[in-house]
Design a protein around this ligand. Sequence first.
Ligand code: ASP
Ligand code: MG
Length: 404
Amino acid sequence: MALIVQKYGGTSVGSPELIANVAEKVLARRSQGDDVVVVVSAMSGETNRLLALARAITPTPPARELDVILATGEQVTIALLSMALQARGCPACSYTGAQVHILTDSTHNKARIMDIDAQRIRRDLEQGRVVVVAGFQGVDEHGNITTLGRGGSDTTAVALAAALAADECQIYTDVDGVYTTDPRVVPEARRLSLITYEEMLEMASLGAKVLQIRSVEFASKYDVPLRVLSTFEDGPGTLIVKEDEGMEQAQISGIAFNRDEAKLTVLGVPDQPGVAGHILGPIADADIEVDMIVQNVAEDATTDFTFTVHRNDFTRAMKILQDTAHKLGAREVNGDDRIVKISLVGVGMRSHAGIASKMFRALAEEKINIRMISTSEIKISVVVDEKYLELGVRALHEAFGLAQ
Ligand code: ASP
Ligand code: MG
């Protein structure tokens, strides 16, 4: 007998019929003799609707009150699912986040879970009930309702699985797993049966938005086996676990990409200690996140310094940089917001030389110019012109034999 935490996203609970379908799936799991705790999101579109309602009152809703309204979406689905289970003769009980003491900090709209009191849930399970918990919400130490940020139900599910020492946390969604890359770009992309937390973090942060990133970090920290699978098709999905020595690893697990990048360069800055800090300091102060950073080897007494930011921050970053460049006496500032980042991801690349050269060769064969390169232990990223995104991803998918 196992203890399973299942999470169903908004598209899986978007109508009474769909909620009935979820109830059937929960019953099927339970009839195997397992205990089930279910976490649900709000019905699809509901969180956006609530946000719009709040914004119709004021363009800047107070964060605390926004959480009060946003948390109602999940309160609806927990009750409906619990009713659907009871209507099928299955004892069930619904709880809001506060009722099962999902204690968070007080950062409204993006609170972090600090503690969960699993007692009440355990008692219900012992009495043979299915426990249905509202995702995405918690309560702070003062009793205020908080929410965890968009997609936060994934994190609720993982946190509950960790607190209950569950055997597995299953994230049911509208895709049947994690793919080698986006199937809309490469139709031959293959579902991965196994991936490590580390790889998933790289894939997720680079745009494979199947799971809230924080939920993967949480799962990794508490070693919760996490499975992504489809609500609408049977199948094993993708299991996300920690790297294991015995694991037969492909060199490359997947290709992630990010269309939201922009790059900025300062040319001819003095090659002196402190300059990099001077350039990035004001950018950081403006709360602009920097991704890749490259500084060239200095030829004379000056050097060039390039970094990338989110495209939405491009104009703001450019203004700040022009100002800094002026102060530093740099020669010139330029930028490009029509670039993308493509990354090869795989824990297997640690032990295989030659991955980078194979990657660069595959791109060269398509006459794709690489504008920037960066590497980490399990990732190689290149920045290329936006128009080469599809071609580049397809070429790499092919070169590394990732297709079915
Ligand atoms: N309902 C919330 C959202 O739409 C949380 C979630 O679905 O995970 O972001
Ligand atoms: Mg979601």
